[in-house]
Design a protein around this ligand. Structure first.
Ligand code: SF4
Length: 328
């Protein structure tokens, strides 16, 4: 069945409405965006600061492949970089290319993931490597749309790979970038819980037009948010003290306090981690249920955690009530 056609006048009205709303968003974004000379000065200050203060992380070394950058971004999604760094080195030594990882077993990748947390990421990374080999000649693609089709790759990771692996102008929006932006340009204590079209436009307006400079800015501003402009900022060490709207305004409190980080102790996540540690330590052998019952006192919670690991493909049930890491 053919979709009904809109009349010209209705279509024109909708287009006008769309244009007007786009203009309103653009002008709101523009109102948050300082003049180009100020932007240039802010960018220069942050790039100089990054040059002098960037942490020595292994995936920033010259010669790191796009695959290495992609692996680092997946590992660092929910894990502090200090814990990621040694794991990334070991991972890249073992599986330096998508082809190498694509041939690994589930048990191998889960064991190598070790205690990085959220171990489904390890399986998704292997799926990603397999798709790269099957559909992209074993190479990481350099366009946003194709990156988004890969398993485990969302908007943030696709943009980060484009910027940090290929030196492209891409809107890298993690919580650190958004916090710095909210403070410096909007004078807010923190960013809003969810990304809005206005915030996206505003971040895009600040991103330098030049591709390599945009990629360096994304890296540098993210580092500033991770190291200095943390939730409790170290403004005395910040290159933007004199230019940060929130700092200059005397750091007014947010109307609603920032969300506290989710507690870990006592959660199903903690129980899952304990069961996974036991299965990893068995190096592929099966583990008796009686041994698993030793890792947590609340049997109902333990069984729930075990069921979720089975459902996620992170553990398998053997005969005789035993469990092990997935075999294939
Ligand atoms: S002056 Fe303080 S609040 Fe502003 S960007 Fe620097 S560290 Fe963040």
């Amino acid at each position: 069945m053919t979709a009904p056609q809109r009349s010209n006048s209705t279509a024109n009205a909708a287009a006008d409405e769309h244009d007007e709303s786009t203009q309103m968003r653009s002008s709101r974004a523009a109102s948050l965006t300082p003049p180009i000379t100020v932007l240039e000065a802010v960018t220069d200050a942050v790039l100089r600061w990054y040059n002098d203060n960037a942490r020595d992380l292994p995936w920033r070394a010259p010669g790191t492949t796009p695959w290495g950058v992609l692996v680092s971004e997946v590992m660092a999604q929910q894990t502090p970089v200090a814990r990621v760094a040694p794991q990334w080195l070991a991972w890249m030594r073992r599986w330096p290319t998508p082809a190498a990882l694509a041939a690994a077993t589930s048990a191998e990748v889960i064991a190598q993931w070790d205690r990085l947390g959220y171990p489904r990421r390890a399986l998704r990374l292997r799926e990603c490597a397999q798709v790269l080999c099957q559909e992209h000649g074993g190479e990481v693609p350099d366009d946003h749309g194709t990156l988004l089709t890969l398993p485990g790759i969302g908007d943030y990771t696709a943009a980060a790979v484009l910027a940090f692996a290929f030196g492209r102008r891409a809107l890298v929006m993690d919580t650190n970038v958004r916090r710095v932006h909210a403070r410096v340009f909007a004078g807010l204590a923190n960013h809003r819980p969810h990304v809005t079209a206005t915030e996206r436009s505003s971040l895009d307006a600040v991103l330098p037009a030049d591709e390599p400079r945009a990629a360096q800015w994304s890296q540098a501003v993210m580092e500033l948010g991770a190291v200095t402009c943390r939730p409790q900022p170290s403004c005395a060490d910040c290159p933007l003290q004199q230019r940060c709207a929130w700092h200059v305004a005397g750091k007014p409190e947010a109307p609603t306090p920032a969300r506290r980080p989710q507690a870990f102790a006592g959660t199903d996540r903690q129980v899952r981690g304990k069961v996974m540690a036991l299965l990893r330590a068995a190096h592929g052998d099966s583990v008796e249920m009686s041994a698993i019952e030793q890792v947590w006192h609340d049997r109902e919670q333990l069984l729930r955690a075990l069921d979720s690991l089975l459902a996620d493909g992170l553990a398998e049930k053997a005969g005789g009530g035993q469990f092990h890491l997935p075999a294939s």
